[in-house]
Unconditional design. Structure first.
Length: 361
């Protein structure tokens, strides 16, 4: 097995910042999992970052993610034994050893935590994920878009309760998995869509490296917000202050909206961003400025650091940006899975780069 690189404790700050960018508000706040990953690396050593093609042809890849409400995940800590329990159950069910860990979503804590899980398990981490961002539901993954359905789903909660599901498709994996997650207090560790290198067409490649680069831009730039917009090829939708916040936990999700009133060049403008764990749609009045599956991030205007959904507060000075999603989400099946209609919105999807620009510089 050939290594693409090595992840050390020195990489965690950049990775966490980058995962916050690609989390688009969701995936969980990165601070707690950054500390957990730091302790795991100190205890177990550095983690090899590998490409799918570098693994043995029959190597079993274990995609892992936390499922549930980010607000709950921030307050209810795991036991630290969940990843080992999932691996043991997967190996028991398949009769095969796990060769590598992969983040199911590169966004938020779910992009950082796999480094710690890989360290605990003594396994490499694949430089790929199943979204190229964060999305709230289990069927909203690249594997489903590629036509791969989960043959087995394993959930473990903080108390050690373990469930193995064999759903008929990804939609049923979401229904069953969400119900068990809610029963566990709206937070659990999940593995689904077990992969091998033969499934290379069903993932988003290079996502860990992109997150590291985005984080490095924020950390090192003299003007982080400007540098991040340039690096992502993003549009600055509005700069202003959070003046209204409607946020509640419902059925294992954080749902609601945030309203930003413009300042400076955007004075007199108002932007509303709808939330379901992640930022879904940005609207000015009746005009849609950006929409899933494109990425929308609410960042601290001064530092450029993205703010997680559960960390939004009244009065924060923020800049809302948006940029294009991975091309797989713009296919017919991708839009059916995670486009506006998948969240109940009546408007058609329009790529963010083709929508009219407003006043924000």
């Amino acid at each position: 097995m050939r290594e693409q690189g090595v992840l050390t404790t020195a990489d965690l700050e950049d990775l966490a910042l980058g995962c916050a960018v690609y989390g688009t508000g969701g995936g969980g706040d990165v601070s707690g999992e950054s500390l957990a990953a730091f302790l795991a690396l100190k205890a177990h050593g550095d983690v090899s970052l590998v490409r799918m093609a570098d693994l043995p042809p029959d190597g079993l890849i274990l995609p892992l993610s936390m499922i549930g409400s980010p607000t709950v995940g921030q307050e209810m800590l795991g036991s630290g034994r969940e990843a080992a329990a999932v691996r043991e159950e997967v190996e028991r069910l398949t009769g095969r050893p796990v060769a590598a860990v992969m983040a199911m979503e590169i966004g938020g804590a779910n992009g950082v935590a796999p480094v710690g899980w890989a360290a605990q398990l003594g396994l490499p981490l694949v430089d790929a994920d199943g979204m190229g961002r964060a999305l709230p539901e289990l069927q909203m993954v690249s594997m489903h878009v590629a036509g791969l359905e989960p043959s087995v789903v394993v959930l473990v909660d903080a108390l050690g309760n373990l469930a193995t599901l064999r759903p008929v498709d990804a939609a049923w994996a979401e229904r069953w998995g969400r119900a068990l997650c809610v029963a566990s207090g709206s937070s659990a560790l999940l593995a689904d869509h077990l992969l091998t290198p033969a499934d290379h067409g069903a993932v988003v490649h290079g996502s860990v490296s992109r997150a590291l680069e985005a984080g490095r831009v924020i950390r090192t730039a003299e003007e982080p917000m400007d540098a991040l917009v340039t690096a992502l090829g993003a549009r600055r939708l509005l700069t202003g202050t959070i003046e209204d916040l409607d946020r509640d936990t419902d059925e294992g999700f954080v749902r609601g909206s945030v309203t930003v009133s413009g300042r400076g060049l955007d004075l007199g403008r108002e932007l509303r961003v709808d939330l379901q764990n992640e930022n879904l749609v940005a609207r000015e009045g009746e005009s849609v400025l950006a929409s899933v599956p494109d990425l929308i991030s609410i960042c601290d205007t001064r530092t450029g650091i993205p703010i997680a959904t559960e960390s939004l507060r009244f009065g924060q000075r923020v800049t809302v940006i948006a940029w294009p999603c991975d091309p797989l989400w713009r296919t017919a099946r991708g839009l059916e899975t995670a486009g506006p209609a998948a969240f109940g919105y009546p408007h058609p999807y329009v790529p963010v780069e083709t929508l009219p620009e407003r006043n924000s510089r």
